[in-house]
Design a protein around this ligand. Sequence first.
Ligand SMILES: [Zn+2]
Length: 94
Amino acid sequence: MGFKSNARKRREQSTGPEGKKKSEEEFVGQVKCDVSGCGNWADKKVGGRKLAFDRAADVWGESGLNRDSRRITVCKSCYRTWKKAKKDEPTEWS
Ligand SMILES: [Zn+2]
């Protein structure tokens, strides 16, 4: 009992008023993820990757991408999603 209430107290102190603390959210980048509905930063600093539009469209579809250029930028988590979806294909960079 005592241990549990102590742990809760400590967590309340370390989190901000939003109740959620993630260092990635505090980062203010310059490049946004091009996957529509994502909105994460896709700067190199935070693990953003560039993908050929066609290869990204294989996973999200053309309407699932915000940008219609030959290369799009995705955030770290979208890149992971993409990699997972593409795991059947050999990767050139691993
Ligand atoms: Zn993303």
